[in-house]
Ligand binder design. Structure first.
Ligand code: NAD
Length: 493
């Protein structure tokens, strides 16, 4: 293990594990071949633990445990209320451990502690929400009087493969685990290899909540090994994936021979469109938060800001000043607004884009390492203005604290710029003109639009992207639909 000095002010949690195992059929186990991979502290980039590197054999063991639990165990056969009780206990346990969860997540991912705490609470809420939803679920019944009764018999599908990214690991795992389990499936989770720490807490939480053994299984490992084996496993009929669009394309192809059900939450390059009639103060605050919160490692980041010409110069000046005041710091410090990026490979990628941006546009804030941080994956909040739509920093997802600002003159030009990338995840619109607000929101190619609004979620609404940003929608009953078969039963009267 590379040992680096721990800088003063960097908090290392007590009782960190030295190794992390898989969890298969209710037991913690190493990889069959004994292989491990290194997990790094993003502040020092020193290896602080080793995680079991799952291969096909480990995925096979996890899938057969999940399959047994599905075919023979009580979980798929429980009434919704019984499963719901277990899920509410899971939510209670997550809530009661939120401080520890946030401490571990912040250490492992480099996210600011206050934001990691918010994500831990959202994880609890995801379980609570789907626990309530399955109990309230009503299915369709249609009568043809005197002739026929037709009804929907909803049933769990089987072993769901869940593959998740590193940006808000625990919360995104819960977003899949909640509905997959609530509907009676059994699961194999493959968490992101950069950040396996918080996921190692699920096993204890689920055991304490009374989830039967074999229902939840976890295999750590690299995407191209453990993830790939899960995608190609013939006994896993469903894959729910969140990650990069290019990985999604690869998974789509690998799942094709088995005709698997796929749900894909992919990348984004979401526009925030600020019209001259907007509340500029509110728009600046929200667009600062929209790209610099979660270290800019947020799929729905408003990473392109389009500003109407009459307020453009003022917007750029005020935005750059405010970006320069965003507090970069150690992840555990409650004053920190931008922490350390997750991993040196990702840090190098973001820094490459910062250099590309310097050749493509006008740098008005940041542009490198922040003062006082000579090591670790720290990037100063970086703002580029006058970014042409052909620029790589306008077109490509950077997934860090880097934003591109571009002027526009007409509504039509704003729409063309907003829609002018391969992505279509989110859009943010700032205007006080009611007609323009709705006309623009409905025309923009984005799965989700926030109008004069911060990025707030209502779990009942659809979540998902169009174009290269995703396939299918989760959220509310859409998640229930993905994780269940809806069988039509026709009865002649
Ligand atoms: P990634 O695609 O590199 O990895 C995501 C997961 O897929 C990891 O667990 C990885 O091990 C696994 N994986 C990689 N290759 C695989 C393969 N060949 N087969 C099976 N699994 C494989 O993404 P990342 O870098 O971890 O995450 C960042 C990306 O996720 C960004 O593009 C971001 O926009 C996106 N994201 C999207 C949403 C959303 O809801 N739309 C949410 C969060 C993150």
């Amino acid at each position: 293990a590379g040992r680096a000095a721990v800088p003063a002010g960097h908090h290392v949690p007590a009782d960190l594990p030295a190794r992390i195992q898989h969890y298969i059929d209710g037991r913690l186990v190493d990889s069959a071949d004994g292989d491990t991979f290194d997990v790094l502290d993003p502040v020092t980039n020193a290896t602080y633990l080793r995680a079991a590197a799952g291969k096909r054999a480990d995925v096979d063991a996890a899938v057969s445990a999940a399959r047994r639990a599905f075919e023979e165990g009580p979980w798929p056969r429980m009434v919704a209320r019984e499963r719901s009780r277990v899920l509410h206990r899971i939510a209670d346990l997550v809530e009661s451990r939120d401080a520890r969860l946030a401490e571990l997540e912040s250490f492992d991912s480099g996210l600011p502690i206050t934001q990691a705490l918010g994500q831990a609470r959202r994880a609890a809420e995801n379980f609570r929400f789907f626990a309530d939803l399955v109990v309230a679920q009503a299915d369709d019944t249609f009568k043809v009087p005197g002739r026929q009764l037709n009804y929907v018999n909803r049933k769990p599908i089987g072993v769901a493969g869940l593959i998740t990214p590193w940006n808000t690991p625990f919360m995104l795992e819960s977003w899949k685990l909640g509905p997959a389990l609530a509907t009676g499936n059994t699961v194999v989770l493959k968490p992101a290899e950069f950040t396996p720490l918080s996921a190692s807490l699920w096993a204890g939480i689920f055991e304490e909540a009374g989830l039967p053994a074999g229902v939840f299984n976890l295999v750590n490992g690299l995407g191209e090994e453990a993830g790939d084996a899960l995608v190609k496993h013939p006994d896993v009929p469903l894959i729910s994936f969140t990650g990069e669009s290019s990985t999604g394309q690869l998974i789509f192809g690998n799942a094709a021979p088995h005709l698997k059900g796929l749900s894909m939450e992919l990348g984004g390059k979401s526009p925030a469109v600020v019209f001259a009639d907007a509340d500029l103060e509110a728009a600046i605050d929200a667009t600062i938060f929209g790209v610099f919160s979660l270290n800019g490692e947020r799929c729905t980041a408003g990473s392109r800001i389009l500003v109407e010409r009459p307020v453009y110069d003022e917007f750029v000046r005020r935005y750059a000043e405010q970006a320069a005041r965003v507090v970069v710091g150690y992840p555990h410090d409650p004053r920190t607004e931008v922490g350390a990026l997750v991993h040196p490979e990702h840090y190098d990628k973001v820094m490459r884009y910062v250099e590309i941006g310097k050749a493509e546009a006008r740098l008005v804030a940041g542009g490198g390492r922040p003062d006082g941080f000579d090591t670790g994956n720290f990037v100063a909040p970086t703002v580029f203005a006058d970014v042409p739509p052909s620029a790589r920093i306008f077109q490509e997802e950077i997934f860090g604290p880097v934003v591109a600002i571009t002027p526009f003159d007409t509504d039509a030009e704003a729409l063309a710029l907003a829609n002018g990338t391969r992505y279509g995840l989110a859009a943010y619109v700032w205007t006080n003109d009611l007609v323009r607000a709705h006309t623009f929101s409905q025309a923009v190619e984005a799965g989700m639009v926030w109008l004069n609004s911060n990025n707030v979620r209502d779990l009942r609404t659809p979540f998902g992207g169009v174009k290269a940003s995703g396939l299918g929608h989760e959220g509310g009953y859409r998640s229930i639909d993905f994780y269940t078969h809806q069988q039509a039963v026709h009865v002649t009267l």
